[in-house]
Design a binder for this molecule. Structure first.
Ligand SMILES: Cc1ncc(COP(=O)(O)O)c(C=O)c1O
Length: 382
């Protein structure tokens, strides 16, 4: 069971502020509040949540219709859930691989955790950028593996040169492209040169390329590393349905890699059971290219508007290829977070080692961001 305190911790809030927020939410009728908020184009219950990089717009209409059509008494049957194998096959077909090269998870999180457990140990390090998505790093710390942390460059890109230098002898190199939190990307040539160098200098190292945000990248800015997965047994990619496909609450993600490597990953950590509605929703969303393109364009407009607002206020925002921005506020993220929360806007957690200067802000809907930008102006000018 998730306690209030756990929930508050997950939001990255101080206990006092967080508990006050949660108690405030509980006092009201959450269902009525949700309907009212949705009617105003606001996704959440009074607090605009810009802290988790979820899609504020929810899934596309085809996916929602599919979920509704399958919300029947059939959900009483599910230990051998419908659609899960179909989803695996469909992913395999889309990426032109055999289904044995696809590993499903309840979100990509268990795959990230399993991959570190399978490849790192007290004698095999993890190489990871900081700040970057932290599940791999946290897992390495849990199992007592060394973490070779490589700071981002001054332009907030992964420092691929330094990561390659840190790779020899490592168990796993984690490459988040586009990177969370900085939103920066590398194109296909840079990633290919990096992977070839790492595997030449350290043939037993595994390279993980996390493409959770790929659907938000500007066209031409990056490519999937799938060709490298097909060429090298030691390279795998992960994808998530929690971002542009907007299925975070249904928990579906996947990896594509060599079956031997995927077998090691799933032997090291439970992937959970993808459920029938999640599988059906993912199956529909996976092939709804029109919706993904609309989602990318909508996010593009919103990022342009929000970035311009910060630039006008005199703050630096690296160009983002994701649904979040990472702003140099020249003040601690915690201070900004508390100030915004007083206006019912919740922004991202701390991202060490840049927590004293930078804050990650997820991009919500147009309505949410219009309100949020007013608050940001007030807080920053104040
Ligand atoms: C880069 C990256 N990878 C993986 C994940 C995990 O997402 P999920 O478990 O919902 O697939 C996230 C979530 O924020 C992320 O930002």
């Amino acid at each position: 069971m998730v306690t209030r305190r756990d929930f508050v911790k997950r939001l990255g809030l101080t206990t006092a502020t967080g508990l006050a927020l949660v108690q405030g939410l509980e006092r009201k009728n959450l269902y009525a509040q949700t309907l009212e908020a949705h009617a105003q184009g606001v996704y959440d219950n009074g607090v605009i949540q810009l802290n988790q990089n979820e899609s504020a717009r929810g899934p596309g209409s085809k996916t929602l219709d599919a979920i509704k059509a399958h919300t029947t008494k059939r959900v009483g049957r599910g230990y051998a859930p419908d659609h899960v194998n179909e989803l695996k096959e469909s992913i395999a077909q889309r990426f032109d691989v055999d289904s044995s090269h696809v590993l499903l998870g309840t979100g990509s999180t268990p795959i990230l955790e399993g991959s570190v457990r399978a490849t790192c140990s007290a004698s095999r390090a993890l190489v990871a950028a900081v700040p970057s998505y932290s599940t791999s790093e946290q897992t390495a710390v849990k199992i007592g593996a060394e973490v070779r942390r490589v700071p981002l460059t001054s332009s907030q890109h992964l420092n691929l040169e330094a990561m390659a230098k840190a790779a020899p002898g490592a168990g796993l190199v984690y490459v988040c492209n586009p990177n969370n939190p900085s939103g920066t990307v590398y194109g296909a040539d840079a990633i290919e040169a990096f992977v070839r160098r790492v595997l030449r200098e350290s043939p037993d190292t595994i390279v993980h390329i996390d493409e959770a945000y790929i659907n938000y990248a500007d066209p031409g800015a990056m490519e999937t590393a799938l060709p490298l997965v097909k060429e090298f047994k030691n390279v795998f990619i992960t994808r998530s349905f929690s971002k542009a496909h907007a299925l975070a609450g249904l928990r579906v993600g996947y990896a594509i890699g060599h079956p031997d490597l995927l077998g090691r990953i799933s032997a090291a950590w439970g992937m959970g059971d993808v459920n029938m509605l999640g599988a059906l929703a993912a199956l529909t969303a996976l092939n709804d290219d029109d919706h993904i393109e609309q989602e990318r364009l909508e996010n593009f407009d919103i990022k342009t508007f929000v970035t311009a607002a910060f630039t006008e206020l005199g703050y630096e925002v690296p160009y983002t290829h994701t649904n979040h921005i990472f702003v140099n506020l020249r003040r601690p993220a915690a201070e900004f977070r508390e100030a915004c929360l007083a206006h019912n806007i919740l922004v991202g957690r701390d991202f060490p080692p840049l927590e004293k200067t930078h804050c990650r802000i997820s991009l919500g809907s147009r309505e949410e961001m219009t309100r949020a930008v007013e608050v940001f102006r007030r807080v920053l000018k104040g």
